[in-house]
Design a protein around this ligand. Structure first.
Ligand SMILES: Cc1cc2nc3c(=O)[nH]c(=O)nc-3n(C[C@H](O)[C@H](O)[C@H](O)COP(=O)(O)OP(=O)(O)OC[C@H]3O[C@@H](n4cnc5c(N)ncnc54)[C@H](O)[C@@H]3O)c2cc1C
Length: 437
């Protein structure tokens, strides 16, 4: 099996183009495709390279931000793209990439101090978009660690806790996960967590299960959200996976989306955690929601990146795939699909850019992030579906780099709160009525 590119027998005119490109600010030349016109004597025609930055969003980055984004893209194209389909097929995480990823220094992008990379909310989002453009799983792994786990400690930890936990996490020496969802409680986790925390002196005893927890089968520490039996409020606890008795994880099998991300079912059986590991500023679900606001914002960017990857690969394929003696990109109905995909991508990019400005001005509220998550993930489902349609049968083969985006988009659509939950949050904000139950 080959995992990238087309076979010679597929009636595709040339090897697939490496999808670099489009940092037009510095005039980087984009790779071009060619197609030979029907007249034997004519020169091959240079075709525009796929570029999903149609409205030149990259121009809004400052030089330092642009440099990091370019580094991230280069890493993904050189190291991740060539091997990721293989890992996806094998339902395995590419640990071989971790040393190079650490060197990229993107731990703690968007967070200030404590050894974090720092930078704006826009940079945080842009990095997520770039990661998802090549691999939504890789973006999710990073988002769980950088956003959910580090974000929980950053927003809800005491100064001492931040000093202790964040620097090694920023260096990616310690990887984290975030345990909120349970086997019986997903959307309703705000009011219905069944995992309990009981205080005994300076120790908390946790009991319950957490399902779907990304990175948990192999990571170092888990932020576990549990209901305090004392005051019935949701509280966060840092659990050291490998050394805490009563903590166990079973890897979840048979996922058909984000197969590179390792999700786990965590079981807590009289799991004893010191008071020093309780997030000192996380005293109710409102404090959990503060983290989710940031990560839903991130998923909006990831959903945009996922569409960019599908669109660029679909366009590249359309330029090379011949039917009736012509590239399918020359057919009107194929151009209609491509224009609709690009419109979705561009709409999402512009929406996320404005939300980034609001986040950087500390104006983003829960309902703003929810609207973005709902809109971008809905557009993403359309876009990846159109990309898959454009490829015909090859659209369902991993080898052609569209099927993976299509499958992975289903997870992005549901995690961090479903479409219905996001729209209920928006609905409450605009009507003044809560319609959750
Ligand atoms: C790949 C993946 C990775 C994940 N990673 C993590 C992780 O790292 N940590 C973590 O804590 N969780 C994680 N999750 C869990 C995820 O956040 C939940 O799956 C999600 O919140 C939805 O919960 P649920 O699947 O239990 O669906 P349910 O809550 O059972 O919902 C089922 C359906 O009912 C609808 N629904 C529910 N309530 C209402 C209502 N009041 N009104 C209208 N419709 C309603 C929902 O919208 C949905 O369509 C992950 C999930 C996936 C798929």
């Amino acid at each position: 099996m080959i995992y990238h590119g087309a076979r010679a027998s597929d009636n595709v005119t040339s090897a697939p183009r490496r999808l670099g490109c489009c940092f037009t600010k510095e005039g980087t030349e984009m790779p071009t495709a060619t197609v030979t016109p029907r007249k034997e004597s004519a020169q091959p025609k240079a075709l525009p390279a796929p570029n999903s930055d149609f409205y030149q969003l990259a121009e809004t980055l400052d030089p330092e931000e642009l440099a990091l984004v370019k580094q991230v893209r280069a890493f993904l194209e050189a190291k991740v793209a060539p091997i990721i389909n293989k890992y996806w097929a094998e339902d395995a995480f590419p640990f071989e990439l971790l040393p190079a990823l650490k060197e990229l220094n993107i731990g703690g992008v968007g967070l200030t101090g404590y050894g974090c990379r720092g930078g704006s909310a826009k940079l945080f989002g842009y990095v997520a978009m770039e990661l998802a453009r090549v691999d939504p799983s890789f973006c999710t792994f990073w988002g769980v660690h950088n956003g959910l786990a580090m974000g929980s400690i950053y927003f809800d930890g005491s100064e001492e806790q931040k000093q202790k936990w964040l620097p090694p996490m920023a260096r990616m020496e310690q990887i984290g996960c975030f345990g909120l969802t349970e086997p019986l409680v997903g959307s309703g986790s705000g009011g219905g967590l069944t995992t309990t925390a009981k205080r005994e002196g300076d120790t908390w005893i946790l009991n319950g299960q957490k399902k779907w927890i990304g990175n948990s089968p192999w990571c170092d520490l888990s932020v576990i959200w549990a209901r305090d039996l004392g005051d019935n409020q949701v509280k966060g606890f840092i659990v050291e996976n490998k050394t805490t008795p009563g903590f166990s994880v079973e890897k979840m099998e048979h996922k058909v989306a984000l197969r590179v991300v390792q999700n786990g079912l965590i079981t807590l059986t009289d799991c004893r955690v010191p008071e020093a590991n309780r997030l000192q500023a996380g005293n109710s679900f409102r404090d959990t929601a503060r983290v989710l606001r940031m990560t839903r914002y991130m998923v909006g960017w990831a959903a945009t990146g996922c569409q960019m990857g599908a669109y660029e690969n679909a366009l590249s394929y359309a330029q090379r795939r011949l039917q009736f003696g012509k590239p399918i990109a020359s057919f009107q109905m194929m151009q209609d699909l491509l224009a609709k995909m690009l419109a979705n991508v561009t709409a999402c990019q512009c929406l996320m850019l404005r939300l980034a400005q609001m986040a950087d001005e500390d104006k983003q509220q829960d309902h703003h992030a929810s609207l973005a998550k709902a809109f971008t993930t809905s557009r993403m489902r359309e876009t990846v579906g159109w990309a898959r349609e454009l490829l015909g049968a090859n659209g369902i083969l991993l080898d052609y780099n569209v099927a993976r985006f299509m499958a992975d988009s289903e997870a992005l659509y549901s995690y961090e709160g479903t479409l219905q939950m996001q729209n209920l949050i928006v609905g409450k904000a605009v009507t003044g009525f809560s319609a959750f139950v």
